[in-house]
Design a protein around this ligand. Structure first.
Ligand SMILES: [Zn+2]
Length: 456
């Protein structure tokens, strides 16, 4: 083991100038938090598993104490040490909706404030949930820790894509931070550009991306694939992409191969809105993801085991160790994967492969072009209180929207849904919105909020 900061681009005044001190206290805090995560995730297995078992006991005790919903599942006990996680029922999205609606946040009165979040649009069953301030802090530190795990150059500029509703005529907005200090101010780093997109005009978007070197490109596969089709692979090289970090969905082999062909490495995170980081792709075994053991326990539901590429795979159940505001204990996130005790690279911690993520969220247009398509659950819920939705492109110019809601929706609400889908899809589509008593998901175990029947 060697700790060496010679490649860390320290700012000239990174250190404290007070007597008998080295680092400033705010820098020490962030470094120590990064160290916590690295120790848990890359340290010895037995120490990690003991820490996880203790965190699980704490979470179960909290949930059972603060929530009738969870008491009924876990039972009331003196000690939670002997609770076997696998003996608890899986938590579905419908269960979660029920817990949140009945009980709200489970943070004790007087504790730090909580925030309400909602899942993104990849699932057709949107849910709202609460997060604590610690969750937000952890997520930002976990992102920083990944730079150290991957040995990334911190001085690279970062361009981050985020799917968000915008009524900008170009279908995207740009915000840029030129402040070159990272890690709370003690390293020099490149600019940070955030691009929020709904239905981007790809010509305007590619022009914007050429303005500054992209550097680390944090982007969903659907936007990269749409840009690949529109501008070709050389565009990425010319626009200064140093590495592509794929978020949300798994990058397709064709997109990986295309970027690799011009020398751009590709890596991926496996995450979801409810839990944050679940896994990150191994640097030496592609398509294997090291589990973020400082954040989550991963199980594979044994009742849904299937053979997938010659390996047993099943539904992914997640226990978020820091989910005190809204507990996620054995949460069925709607993905399918294979779980391994260790990674082929030698990493002595759990690893996932065969992650069958959310399918291609691309819309096909009359001229044959593809554009990314994702409607956030929060935008749908802002129109009306619905329980499920499914959007399908069934023909080149037809989008069918099915909505299940507890109350009959008035024509104005139906029209508001049509307008919302139109804003995301753009012109040239006949959008049919139907309220249905229940969505017939059939064999679609993932219950995707959007499915393109022309591409599947
Ligand atoms: Zn590995």
């Amino acid at each position: 083991m060697k700790i060496d900061f010679s490649t860390l681009p320290l700012a000239p005044h990174a250190f404290s100038e007070a007597p008998m001190t080295f680092c400033k206290s705010e820098h020490k805090r962030i470094l120590s938090s990064i160290m916590d995560i690295l120790l848990v995730e890359t340290g010895h297995r037995v120490a990690r598993e003991n820490w996880q078992a203790a965190q699980l006991r704490n979470l179960l005790a909290h949930a059972a104490q603060r929530s009738a919903f969870w008491r009924q599942r876990i039972g009331t006990r003196k000690s939670y040490a002997d609770v076997r996680l696998s003996s608890l029922p899986a938590l579905t999205r419908a269960d979660l909706r029920q817990q949140v609606a009945r009980e709200g946040s489970l943070m004790p009165p007087g504790s730090e404030p909580t925030q309400k979040h909602a899942t993104s649009g990849s699932s057709g069953v949107p849910v709202e949930f609460f997060v604590s301030r610690m969750n937000g802090y952890y997520n930002s530190v976990r992102g920083l820790a990944q730079h150290f795990i991957d040995g990334r150059d911190l001085s690279l500029s970062i361009t981050r894509f985020k799917s968000l509703f915008t009524d900008d005529p170009c279908g995207f907005t740009v915000s840029k931070v030129d402040n070159p200090y990272g890690l709370q101010g003690f390293v020099l780093r490149g600019a940070y550009k955030k691009i929020e997109f709904t239905h981007p005009d790809l010509k305007a978007l590619s022009k914007e991306l050429r303005r500054d070197p992209i550097g680390l490109m944090i982007a969903q596969p659907r936007i990269v694939e749409a840009l690949l089709q529109f501008a070709g692979v050389d565009f990425f090289k010319e626009a200064g992409v140093a590495i592509w970090l794929s978020l949300g969905d798994r990058p397709s082999q064709s997109a990986r191969d295309a970027l690799s062909s011009v020398g751009i490495p590709v890596t991926a995170n496996y995450s979801c809105e409810e839990i944050g980081m679940i896994g990150y792709e191994c640097g030496s075994a592609p398509n294997f993801y090291h589990v973020c053991t400082s954040n989550v326990l991963v199980e594979i539901d044994q009742t849904t085991l299937a053979d997938f590429d010659g390996q047993p795979a099943g539904r992914v159940l997640l226990t978020h160790l820091h989910s005190y505001a809204t507990p996620f204990i054995r949460y069925d996130v709607g993905d399918i994967a294979s779980l391994h005790k260790s990674c082929p690279c030698g990493h002595q911690g759990p690893a996932l492969s065969n992650i069958y993520g959310r399918s291609k969220q691309l819309l096909k247009h009359a001229d044959g072009s593809l554009s990314p398509f994702l409607i956030r659950g929060a935008d749908i819920l802002a129109v009306a209180d619905i329980s499920e939705f499914r959007i399908r492109q069934t023909e080149l110019q037809t989008i069918v929207v099915e909505i299940a809601a507890p109350e009959t929706l008035p024509p104005a609400k139906i029209d508001a849904f049509r307008q919302l889908v139109k804003t995301y899809a753009g012109e040239g589509f006949d959008i049919q919105v139907n309220q249905v008593p229940k969505i017939d998901w059939g064999r679609d175990t993932k219950r995707l909020g959007f499915r393109n029947e022309l591409l599947s």
